[in-house]
Design a protein around this ligand. Structure first.
Ligand code: PHE
Length: 360
C-alpha cells in the first residue's frame, strides 16, 4: 500500500512537470496505455486471492481515477495556456486605419452593353453571340452581299491568310454583327427576338473610328412583325437609354442589301455646351441602321419568307457611350490609360444589369 502511495506521488509529480501536450500524451500512454504500468498492475489483480483483491482493488481503482483526472486537468491547463499564448501573439489592432485597396472600374463599353441588354431584356429580347472570325458567306453572301457587290468595298474588311494553294475565299474579321442574325436563325428558326452585342472590325482610324469597335444587332422575326414594331421598339429603347420622357425619331430612307425597305434612324437633339440634350433642339443625329429583313436573308437562313417577316437593326455601342456620357474621342476608349479609365469608368457597385434592371 505504501508502494502505491509513492506511485501516486510519482505519477502526479511527473504529470505536473509536463510542459507540452505531446510529452503529456506519451506519459499518459506509459502509465495508462494498454501496456502502461498502471494497466499492468490492474491486470495483476486477476492473480490475487479474493481478500487481496478486495483490499487492493479499490486502492488501485482510486489511484487510476486520480491519475486520469490529473491528466485531463493538466491537458486542459496546457490547452488553455497555448490558447492564451496565441491570443497574446496574434492580437489585431482594430484601431489601425485599413490599407487602401486598388479598385478597378467598369469600362464605359461594358457599362453601356449592360444597360442596353437590360433594356432589351425587358422587351423580351435575349442575347445571342457569334464568332469574331467569320467566313465570307456569313459576313456577306448570306446577307445578300454577293462577291461583286459594291458594299463589300465599303466595309474596309480585314482578311485572314489562307495557306498557299488553298483557293477558298479567305475568312474575315466580321465587319458587323449582322452575321449573328444568320447564325441565330439557322440554329433556332422563327419566331425569334434577339440582340447581339459584340466586337466588329474595320480598317479605319480617326477621332470617331477605331479598327475594332462594338455593335449591337437586333432581330425580331414573327408572322406579322412590322416596321411599326421597329419604330415602337426603338422609341422605347431610346427613352430608357437616354433617360428622357419625350423624344423624336426620324426614319430616313436608306439602303442596306440585307433589309428592304431600309431606314437610318436619327434622333432629335441639341448640343448644350458640348453636352447632348435628347428630345429637343434643331439637330438630328444618326444613331443606327435598320429595316425589314430581306426575304433573301430569311431564305439563306432556312426561314420561309412567305410565312415569316421581321425587322433588324444595328447600332454602334461605342457611339452610344460617347453620346450618353459626353466622351469626345473614340480612340481613347482602347488606350488603357488609367487616368481615362478612372475618370470615365463606372463603379462596380452601381452596375445596371440583366438581373437588377436599370434602377440605380
Ligand atoms: N450591319 C449594318 C452596319 O454595320 C447595320 C444594320 C444592321 C443595318 C441591321 C440594318 C439592319 O452598318
Amino acid at each position: 500500500m505504501d508502494g502505491l502511495d509513492n506511485l501516486r506521488k510519482k505519477y502526479l509529480d511527473q504529470i505536473s512537470t509536463k510542459s507540452n501536450q505531446d510529452s503529456l500524451e506519451s506519459l499518459r500512454i506509459t502509465i495508462l496505455g494498454k501496456k502502461g504500468e498502471l494497466s499492468l498492475k490492474m491486470r495483476e489483480l486477476g492473480n490475487m486471492t479474493s481478500e487481496e483483491r478486495q483490499s487492493f482493488g479499490p486502492i488501485l481503482n482510486s489511484l487510476r481515477t486520480d491519475v486520469t483526472s490529473a491528466f485531463s486537468k493538466k491537458k486542459t491547463e496546457l490547452e488553455d495556456s497555448k490558447l492564451n499564448e496565441r491570443l497574446k501573439n496574434e492580437w489585431i489592432d482594430l484601431t489601425l486605419p485599413a490599407r487602401n485597396r486598388a479598385s478597378g472600374s467598369i469600362h464605359p463599353i461594358s457599362q453601356v452593353t449592360e444597360e442596353v441588354s437590360a433594356i432589351f431584356a425587358e422587351m423580351g429580347f435575349s442575347v445571342a453571340e457569334g464568332p469574331q472570325i467569320e467566313s465570307d458567306w456569313y459576313n456577306f453572301d448570306a446577307l445578300n452581299i454577293p462577291p461583286e457587290h459594291p458594299a463589300r468595298q465599303e466595309h474596309d474588311t480585314f482578311f485572314l491568310n489562307r495557306n498557299d494553294g488553298d483557293d477558298q475565299a479567305p475568312n474575315v474579321l466580321r465587319t458587323h454583327t449582322s452575321p449573328v442574325q444568320i447564325r441565330h436563325m439557322i440554329s433556332n428558326g422563327a419566331p425569334c427576338r434577339i440582340i447581339a452585342p459584340g466586337r466588329v472590325y474595320r480598317c479605319d482610324y480617326d477621332q470617331t473610328h477605331t479598327p475594332m469597335f462594338h455593335q449591337l444587332e437586333g432581330l425580331a422575326i414573327g408572322r406579322d412583325v412590322s416596321m411599326a414594331n421597329l419604330k415602337g421598339t426603338l422609341e422605347e429603347f431610346c427613352k430608357k437609354f437616354f433617360e428622357v420622357e419625350e423624344l423624336e425619331l426620324r426614319f430616313r430612307a436608306s439602303h442596306f442589301p440585307f433589309t428592304e425597305p431600309s431606314a437610318e434612324v436619327d434622333l432629335r437633339c441639341a448640343w448644350d455646351n458640348g453636352k447632348l440634350e435628347v428630345g429637343k433642339g434643331e439637330n438630328w443625329m444618326e444613331i443606327l441602321g435598320s429595316g425589314m429583313v430581306h426575304p433573301k436573308v430569311l431564305k439563306a437562313s432556312g426561314v420561309d419568307p412567305n410565312e415569316w417577316q421581321g425587322f433588324a437593326f444595328g447600332m454602334g455601342i461605342d457611339r452610344l457611350a460617347m453620346l450618353k456620357y459626353g466622351i469626345p474621342d473614340l480612340r481613347a476608349f482602347f488606350d488603357s490609360d488609367l487616368r481615362w479609365l478612372r475618370h470615365y469608368g463606372f463603379s462596380s457597385s452601381d452596375q445596371p444589369n440583366l438581373h437588377s434592371g436599370l434602377s440605380r
